[in-house]
Design a protein around this ligand. Sequence first.
Ligand code: FHN
Length: 428
Amino acid sequence: MLSQEIIQKFRDAKFGMFLHWGVYSILSKGEWAIFREKIPKEKYKKYQRMFNPVKFDARRWVKLAQDAGMKYICITSKHHDGFCMYDSKYTDWKITNTPFGRDILKELADACHEAGMLFGIYYSIWDLWVNDLDGGLNEMGLDGEFIGRGAEAWKPGKSGIDYMHNQVEELCTGYGKVDYFFFDVKRAPGEDYNGLELIEKMRKWQPEMIINDRLGVPADCASPENVIPDKPIVDANGDLLLWESNMCSNKNWAYVHDDKCYKTSVEVIRELVNAVSKGGNFLINVGPTALGDFPKENLAMLKEVGEWMEYHGEAIYGCELYPLGPGANHFRWRGLSATVNKSGDTVYIHIPNYPASGTVDNRVVIPGFPDREVDYMYLLEDGTEVDFVYEGYYARDNKSITLLLPREPGHQAVTTVAIKFKESIEKE
Ligand code: FHN
């Protein structure tokens, strides 16, 4: 098991960029195109000959993530179609056998290491190009689904498991420090990849690497997908577990030309605050185009998220979930959330739907702080003081606090109020 220090370091990273990129980006029908469109492999091979992302610039991608306030990147080294976005020794079905010819994983790893950005690798445990790893789909003539017909009975074969272990080894030993490994995804009960043995080897190759839970054996990080859990993810003792929500920025993971349902920066900021205020990380996805560009909608979102982070980052980084007092559920039900900095001297109240539901003339009631007295409060956006009174409906001892907010929100996405306390009162 990793040390709590390493776990906390990844938890402190909070916000990351997911990247789904491969030859499927050319079809522009999503990363499952080969399955959904039932494309015969011989025809699908055409996309290896076509792949030439001349706009790819690893340093630019890393800077776009950094300027958005992100601390880590996780990119698809190989998705379910088996195409390797790196120079794998174990297959010719890879990016270095395309007109582009370069190992983009190496270039991105180097750019991350150079910029101090944590580097993560996504790796699909299914591989349509390897019969023993194809989820049974080849024999179903691609008319099955990885989950569903055949999946329950299907088990990976030894040659496929060896192939997978060999690829994980070359990924863990050939690209410098890898901070995060995102396996994707064991579903059928019978799928056993000798996962415990593999993780033991990975700990030797990369002793500080966080591994997610999708290999189907105990690891480090839970991975809710396209959802923020309604409560923090905790163990049987109620202690916070490491968890990260990974989420599409539109309706697909890979680039789809016709999918214009992109999340706005307001939506992304609210998801980020929601995750962090429950002790989680947030991994928002970008699907680069076949040319190696980011969709313009993602570029706009990343820029605006970065502008919000400039004034609100202190309420995200170096902060943890704040264990609210009586009324926490009601507080959350109103869409409100809270974080606290590591020293504990500042609590941040996040108000996404300003004026918050249940608010009358911008008065927001919050659970109080039974053992501390508030000194003052202000908007993170511009330092404007926020008045307050000790009244409210959260606690009989009248410790509830009502914030008397200005008429206009601090920020359309999330208005954050910083609460400072008088010298902490010595407990008797
Ligand atoms: O099937 C994949 C999907 O394409 C995508 O990569 C997501 C990302 O978490 N994982 C699987 C679906 O759970």
